[in-house]
Every structure is written in structure tokens, then in C-alpha cells.
Design a protein around this ligand. Structure first.
Ligand code: HEC
Length: 328
């Protein structure tokens, strides 16, 4: 009798095919179909394990290769320094960048160019617009042609790029014993070890070890590949004077400032990107959280629903052997 009522109720609801059942009850049947999470896990586990083992072996191999190459390097590895700007939440020390620009201008610019940095890039980074304009006006730029077709010289503008020390690579090589002083715009990004390497290179000049044959015009620097570099020691105590009397112009302070400046030139938008990253992580954490909640909320009824065919069999039809309400 009870089954009769239950089947009638189902037909009243109008869905002979749909029936909600708690998923726990269907555990065995679902497991047989291999459609549970646990079932999938058991089937894919050997594959995952094989993939993990393979990835682990590849990683170890790469590490071992890198370590063996490092061990056979022909130079000393630069020690790691505690840069203020390292870390996701730290910005560049812009006063350091300003001092570093002074060091670059007074010491390095006589040989190295900085071709990707314009005077306008300095505005609101380490100086005001008026200061940057004054810096630009101190250089002369070849411009033209004018209306008569002549080339002329004019004082620099904010939109001008830093002047190159030499007209071309040949002139640079001729003046530097055949070695080419590279452009410094991206040097921090372009050298392994980044800031640590440049700092160690600038402050690491010393006497060559006994038996080290140094060619004429080369200097010994253990951090430079091969040990012999065509750039002499340029940074020493008080090679520049700082406006801020509080900061002593020691060689390590000067090297630190110029490296901070070169870090900025190789990544002028680094600080903005860090700030953007913080925003993106905060907003997407919120969005991911809320989407996960909504997904669980919306899908909970669908996930716990099972679709099955329930034929209507009442007791009478059972007893006289004919299905009264059999599907036609
Ligand atoms: C007298 C010219 C001269 C001055 C001034 C000079 N350099 Fe150099 N620099 C060179 C030359 C030449 C090389 C190429 C060295 C080589 O290949 O042996 C070089 C190479 C470099 C390198 C590249 C090293 C590498 O790994 O390839 C860096 C970095 C560098 N200089 C930084 C500076 C900085 C910073 C300053 C200012 C403090 C500066 N230089 C001032 C001539 C100079």
C-alpha cells in the first residue's frame, strides 16, 4: 500500500524519471561506474606517480647540471647582498637612485651609454620636472635638418635620451683597448647575479694571484669571467661628492647607489608592477573565494541528484501479472 502511494505521489509530481537521492546511498553503484572522486584517484594514481617521479628526476638532473657548470666557472661567485628593494613588498630607494644617477653621470657616462633612458624618465622618480629639465639642458644634442637642410646643435630637452659616450662601437673599442663598454640600461637584468654581480665587480678589484699573466691594459677582477677586465677600478672613496652630508661617499656606498640606479634603469616600472601584483592578488583571492562558494551553492542540488527510471508497479498489477501503468 505504501509503495502504491509513493508511486502515485511521484506521478503527481509529474516526473517519473527524476528522483533526488542522497549521494551517500549511491556510493556503491557510483563506485562501480568509476565516477566517484576516489575511484578516479585510484585509476589515475599510477599515472600521477609516474609523472611525479619523471618530473623529480628531470629537476634533479637540471640542478646537478647547473651545479657542475657553476663549479667549473672561471670566476668567483658574487656574495649575496641585502638589497633594500628585494622582496615583493619593498620599493626602490629613490634617494639612492638619485645619488646613483649622479655617480653614473660623473663616473660611468664617459665610457658607457644609457640609450634607453630619457630625461623625462627621471621626472617624479628621483627628481622634479624642473631639475630634470636642467639636467637635459646641460647637454648638447645634434638635431636637424632645419628648413635650409642643415644639421644644428641645440640644448637637450626632456624627451632626449642620455647622450652616448662614443659615436659608434668602433670608436668605443678604439678608446678602450679593443674592449667595448656595454650599454648599461639593462645591465642588471642582463648579467647573472644581477645587482650582486655588478656591486662585486665594481668593488672587487685586487692584485692578481702569483703566476696570473695579465695582458697590458687589462686589470685583475676575480668576479669577471676569466679574471682580466678592460675596465679599471673607477670607484673609490670620494670619487663623487654627495649633496647630502649625512651620506659618506665611501666606495661601497657609491657602488651601492650606482647599482640601485642601474636596477631602476633595467626595470623602471618594477615598483608599479609590485603594487599591481598586490592588488591583483587581493582582488583575485576575493573573487576566487566567492566564485568557489557560488559554484558549491549552485551545484549542490545538481551534484546530489540522481536520475533514474522508476516504473510504476502497483500491488494489483503485481498480483495479476499485468502492468497497469506500464509505459506505452
Ligand atoms: C674608462 C671607461 C669606463 C668607465 C668610466 C666605466 N667603464 Fe665599465 N666598462 C668599460 C669597458 C671597456 C668594459 C668592457 C670590459 C671587458 O669586456 O673587458 C666595461 C664593462 C662594464 C660592465 C660589464 C661587465 C661584464 O660583465 O661584461 C659593467 C657592469 C660596467 N662596466 C659598469 C660600469 C659602471 C657602473 C661604471 C661607473 C661607475 C663604469 N662601468 C665605468 C669601461 C668603462
Amino acid at each position: 500500500m505504501r509503495t502504491n502511494m509513493a508511486s502515485k505521489f511521484l506521478s503527481v509530481v509529474g516526473s517519473k524519471l527524476l528522483k533526488s537521492t542522497p549521494s551517500a546511498l549511491n556510493w556503491t553503484s557510483m563506485r562501480r561506474n568509476g565516477s566517484t572522486k576516489a575511484g578516479t584517484w585510484f585509476r589515475t594514481r599510477p599515472k600521477l606517480l609516474a609523472f611525479g617521479a619523471l618530473a623529480g628526476t628531470a629537476g634533479l638532473l637540471l640542478y646537478a647540471l647547473d651545479a657542475s657548470v657553476e663549479a667549473s666557472d672561471d670566476c668567483v661567485h658574487p656574495p649575496k647582498q641585502n638589497w633594500d628593494h628585494n622582496g615583493l613588498l619593498s620599493a626602490l630607494d629613490m634617494e639612492g637612485v638619485r645619488r646613483g644617477y649622479k655617480v653614473y653621470k660623473e663616473v660611468c657616462a664617459s665610457c658607457h651609454s644609457l640609450q634607453y633612458i630619457a630625461y623625462r624618465n627621471l621626472v617624479d622618480v628621483c627628481m622634479t620636472e624642473a631639475e630634470a629639465k636642467a639636467e637635459a639642458e646641460a647637454i648638447t644634442v645634434k638635431d636637424g635638418p632645419d628648413e635650409q637642410g642643415n644639421y644644428f646643435e641645440r640644448p637637450g630637452k626632456l624627451s632626449d635620451y642620455m647622450p652616448a659616450a662614443y659615436d659608434n662601437e668602433e670608436a668605443a673599442r678604439a678608446a678602450n683597448n679593443g674592449a667595448y663598454p656595454p650599454d648599461l640600461s639593462y645591465i642588471v637584468a642582463a648579467r647573472k647575479g644581477g645587482e650582486d654581480y655588478i656591486f662585486a665587480l665594481l668593488t672587487g678589484y685586487c692584485e692578481p694571484p702569483a703566476g696570473f699573466a695579465l695582458r697590458e691594459g687589462l686589470y685583475y677582477n676575480p668576479y669577471f669571467s676569466g679574471g682580466a677586465i678592460a675596465m679599471g677600478q673607477l670607484i673609490d672613496n670620494e670619487v663623487v661628492t654627495y649633496d647630502d652630508a649625512e651620506i659618506a661617499p665611501t666606495s661601497s656606498q657609491i657602488a651601492k647607489d650606482v647599482v640601485t640606479f642601474l636596477k631602476w634603469t633595467s626595470e623602471p616600472d618594477g615598483d608599479q608592477r609590485k603594487r599591481l601584483l598586490v592588488k591583483v592578488v587581493m582582488i583575485s583571492a576575493f573573487l576566487v573565494g566567492i566564485s568557489y562558494y557560488i559554484k558549491r551553492f549552485k551545484w549542490s542540488s545538481l551534484k546530489s541528484r540522481k536520475i533514474m527510471f522508476v516504473p510504476e508497479i502497483n500491488e494489483q498489477s503485481k498480483s495479476n501479472g499485468e502492468g497497469k501503468n506500464c509505459p506505452k
